[in-house]
Design a protein around this ligand. Structure first.
Ligand code: HEC
Ligand code: HEC
Length: 496
């Protein structure tokens, strides 16, 4: 039995041991005991308010369940939130335009508004057949080639070396008169998986490529990383967890021998001009909501801010027409297309999209599933709770016990999920533990339940079965559960 489950199983009668799976993870051989939680876990204090006092009490059966503001912000906060919402929804246009405050889009871009990707403040989705990708894109980079590039990466000043012709991501749209960079192509292959009780789940395994490259061939050693826009709830609370707290969750050398390490990403903060803990994005490549938002304005929409000054966004020297096109910097050429005032508002908005209430948290099934979630080791990464620190000016986000179900750290998830594209400290097989709060509302908000960084999983069960690497033991334990136990576990996940 792994050390991880030992503590918990000690408190359970031995009768609960239902199945044993022997498996190999890396070099170490683990025997995982999957246990049927025939007892139920109890509700813990505070669990019903996953975002602490900032949890919205708004209804959870409506498609705007992720669009509500933090509880306790006060009238001034609500007014700011509404202004920020308008910036989040603003459809930018190309320069020059008569609406000077909305121009500067592109020339190359992925979307015209934040909201077009973070649909209803929820997650994006994979494109339908013959549709261009709209809320998902490919990140691009190449391995470092020179000593300078290696030193730059080692300094953490950049996370990646951008693809020389196409830059850091593939912009599949362009304003009039310009050529888009190309189209992301996905092909899926069916991959049947047999569970312990003989039932079969068919996963879809994706392969990615770039079609219609607009500026010549991509580098032969280009690395592609598909990313779906994530859900936007609870981000200010995640930002408010002290760096020191998250670092205590890390166990990079797996000193406790549970097969699970957990590493911090170290990235450059353009706000503090120094190295900081990465916590946003699927590989924790971004240190703050402000920087992530400015990065999105620049990379996704081709708009400049004080943090990312280039009005041509992610264009490279090889894309000359893009570099020399008119831009929206005004009235002085040094003024960014998106002013600090607008960046402040959109940052505040993204910080205060509230976490909704739990649903059915005290039903028998959910409590049984909660027990199994702990016993089979999901909590080793999907850490249930932590406490936020002090947020100057935002007392409603400060000192809250929150339930994100994530340690916010990087884990090796195995070959199946690997993009083989390192980002900062994150390796080609590592991903940040995805917070699970709100996940059960995905189908209500988004009308689908596509999960994981590239939306390949169509259900919670498929997402679990894609887990590998450090999560192999938990995945095997899940696959060994009875149907009723699997359903209870999924009911718990959907209650978050
Ligand atoms: C073209 C689609 C697209 C657009 C437009 C877009 N985003 Fe995103 N957003 C993403 C993707 C994809 C990620 C994940 C990035 C990664 O993994 O590196 C993301 C991540 C984020 C995150 C971090 C969320 C988390 O859980 O870590 C924030 C905050 C965010 N975006 C804010 C914004 C804001 C603000 C705007 C508008 C200025 C915006 N985004 C526009 C696709 C988009
Ligand atoms: C070793 C750490 C680890 C363990 C153990 C683990 N997970 Fe995860 N989980 C992750 C990471 C990392 C991701 C994001 C992977 C990706 O997007 O490619 C993730 C993603 C998910 C998602 C999809 C979330 C989303 O927003 O798309 C679900 C659902 C999930 N895990 C459930 C579980 C359950 C249930 C268990 C126990 C059977 C479990 N996980 C065990 C690390 C872990």
């Amino acid at each position: 039995m792994t050390k991880r489950s030992a503590g918990l199983s000690n408190s359970l009668p031995p009768l609960l041991v239902a199945a044993a799976v022997v498996m190999t993870t890396g070099t170490a051989r683990h025997i995982v005991v999957a246990q049927a939680a025939t007892t139920t876990a109890a509700l813990e204090p505070g669990e019903l308010l996953p975002g602490g006092e900032a949890t919205t009490r708004g209804s959870t059966d409506h498609h705007d369940a992720f669009s509500r503001f933090s509880n306790g912000m006060g009238f001034a906060g609500e007014a700011r939130f509404k202004l920020g919402n308008a910036i989040f929804r603003k459809q930018w246009v190309s320069a020059p335009s008569s609406t000077r405050s909305s121009d500067g889009l592109g020339p190359l871009y992925n979307a015209r508004a934040c909201q077009n990707c973070h649909l209803k403040d929820g997650r994006g989705h994979t494109p339908g057949a013959n549709e261009p990708a709209a809320s998902m894109f490919l990140r691009l980079s190449v391995p470092p080639r020179t000593a300078e590039e290696k030193a730059l990466l080692a300094s953490h000043r950049v996370n990646v070396i951008a693809e020389p012709t196409y830059g850091g991501q593939l912009q599949n749209f362009a304003i009039q008169g310009h050529t888009p960079e190309g189209q992301m192509q996905i092909s899926y292959r069916d991959m049947p998986v047999t569970l312990g009780d003989g039932s079969i789940v068919t996963l879809r395994a994706p392969t990615y490529s770039v079609a219609e490259p607009g500026y010549g061939p991509l580098a032969a050693d280009v690395m592609l990383s598909p990313r779906v826009a994530p859900q936007m709830i609870g981000l200010g609370l995640i930002e408010a967890v002290p760096e020191a707290t998250i670092r205590t969750f890390a166990d990079p050398g797996d000193k406790d021998g549970d097969g699970i390490s957990g590493r911090a990403n170290e990235v450059w903060s353009r706000v503090t001009n120094g190295v900081a803990l990465g916590r946003f994005g699927w590989k924790a490549g971004n240190p703050s909501i402000r920087q992530q938002s400015a990065d999105a304005f620049n990379g996704d929409m081709g708009l400049s801010t004080s943090l990312f000054a280039r009005p041509s966004g992610d264009c490279t020297k090889a894309e000359e027409a893009c570099l020399t096109a008119p831009n929206g910097n005004s009235p002085k050429p040094t003024d960014p297309e998106v002013s600090d005032q607008l960046l402040d508002l959109v940052t505040f908005y993204a910080q205060n999209l509230a976490v909704p209430l739990r649903r059915d948290a005290d039903s028998d099934d959910v409590l049984r599933g909660k027990q199994t979630f702990a016993v089979i080791g999901c909590i080793a990464c999907h850490r249930p709770s932590m406490t936020t620190g002090d947020v100057p000016d935002q007392p409603h986000l400060s000192g809250q016990k929150i339930w994100p179900y994530s340690d916010l750290l990087l884990h090796d998830m195995g070959e199946g999920l690997a993009d083989h594209r390192p980002e900062g400290v994150a390796s080609g097989t590592e991903w940040r533990t995805a917070p699970l709060w709100g996940i059960g509302l995905t189908h209500i908000v988004s009308g689908h339940s596509e999960l994981l960084h590239d939306g390949r999983a169509r259900t919670v069960e498929e997402a679990i079965l894609w887990h590998g690497g450090e999560a192999s033991a938990a995945r095997e334990a899940y696959a060994a559960l009875s149907k009723a136990e699997r359903e209870a576990l999924i009911a718990f996940v959907n209650s978050l």
